[in-house]
Design a protein around this ligand. Structure first.
Ligand SMILES: *Cc1c(COP(=O)(O)O)cnc(C)c1O
Length: 376
């Protein structure tokens, strides 16, 4: 079977291998069969392994849904009664977490920082000191909207110093940028199958401390479908998801995990890094400016500022590239007009070189002056 190869430079879903795509074509199966439960058991163990957790201390719980379901589940499930959440917020994804808190009426502090700056750890500590009822500290590892990398090791250490658990949205770093839950002070992290592990959409997972999940048995139940303990407990007792799993995505995930371990953590990170460097090089040659200081970037997302050229039209450039098999993506900052090029997925430097040929053509075809111009 021939499948057209597209190079996705959006922040997920990512470009996948044909072997992962084809792994979805299997005989029909009822997911309540033992054979199917066995696959989910191996996936759960592999997901803990990726972040170097010990199987008796960390567990992975799978859910059917896009990545945002993890944010919802962690926040509504892991807060004891009469306690508070601290969201360290310097971007769109942590803002999403604050919104989840608001929707569930959870007591929370939204500690905001500018989207192009790192959180001020002194303010974080001051907030923890002044609010001894904070039981859960939350942030985003790589704010995918801008590509800024937050100092999770330091934030996690502060959370622990003040007796709180630390939950990190690692959706856009997990299985790309190496994470070690012990060294990085992470109690809970999360991702979905279509990003770092380069599988398909529809499967999301939370990796976290077993003892905390078990303690959460007695926490207030705020959602029926999206409760971490209930799903964990069902998995532990039966090996199955409480409700219907995304069957074909599970098959793709088994294959993707095989490919992940075959490539290896270091080699994969090295590949993403060289793709990221190639993106920077291509953009720099065309004169584009970055939003985030280079040394603060997570190494996976490049946010470029729209040039001050009257002919610049993101949609037109996007469409030109899309028709030729390359997808570029708008930014997610309310104050600055940006677009993003991401280093996720089964791509390498040659794909980026090929992309920049097309991208430069797109600029010229739409009348944009190259190298691009900025007024200041
Ligand atoms: C992609 C992503 C998510 C999940 O988004 P969905 O659209 O629900 O899959 C969550 N957090 C971060 C940081 C992400 O990059």
């Amino acid at each position: 079977m021939e499948i057209k190869r597209n190079v996705l430079l959006n922040p997920g879903p990512s470009t996948t291998t044909d072997t992962v795509k084809l792994a979805q074509i299997v005989p029909d199966i009822c997911p309540r069969e033992k054979e199917f439960a066995g696959m989910m058991k191996s996936i759960r163990e592999d997901l803990v392994k990726i972040v170097h957790g010990k199987q008796d201390e960390y567990t992975a719980v799978l859910f059917c849904g896009s990545g945002t379901i993890n944010i919802d589940i962690c926040l509504n499930s892991l807060l004891p009664a009469d306690k508070k959440i601290l969201v360290i917020n310097n971007g769109a994804y942590s803002t999403r977490a604050a919104e989840v808190c608001a929707y569930y009426n959870l007591p929370y502090i939204d500690l905001k920082f500018p989207v192009d700056e790192l959180p001020d750890l002194k303010k974080v500590e001051e907030t923890l000191r002044q609010n001894p009822d904070i039981a859960l500290v939350y942030t985003t590892h790589n704010e995918t909207g801008t590509g800024i990398l937050n100092p999770i090791r330091e934030i996690g250490a502060l959370a622990h110093k003040y007796g709180a658990i630390f939950v990190v949205d690692t959706t856009s770093t997990y299985a790309m940028r190496p994470i070690n839950v012990y060294e990085d002070n992470v109690d809970f992290c999360m991702a979905s199958a279509q990003k770092g592990i380069m599988a398909m959409t529809g499967l999301s997972f939370i990796v976290g401390r077993r003892a905390v999940v078990e303690a959460s048995r007695d926490y207030p139940k705020r959602s029926y479908y999206c409760n971490l303990f209930l799903q964990y407990d069902f998995f532990e007792r039966t090996g199955e998801m409480h409700f219907t799993p995304p069957v074909q995505t599970i098959y793709a995930t088994v294959q993707a995990l095989k490919e992940y371990f075959a490539e290896g953590e270091e080699a994969k990170w090295a590949r993403h890094t060289r793709v990221f460097e190639a993106i920077h090089e291509g953009l720099a040659k065309l004169g584009f400016k970055n939003v985030i200081k280079r040394e603060w970037q997570a190494g996976l997302v490049v946010s470029a500022i729209y040039p001050d050229d009257k002919n610049w039209n993101f949609e037109k450039v996007h469409d030109y590239c899309y028709e030729r098999g390359f997808t570029i993506y708008p930014g997610k900052i309310s104050t600055t007009n940006t677009f993003r090029l991401c280093a996720l997925g089964a791509i390498d430097v040659q794909d980026i070189k090929d992309f920049f040929v097309v991208f430069e053509e797109a600029l010229k075809a739409t009348g944009v002056i190259v190298p691009v111009i900025y007024n200041k």
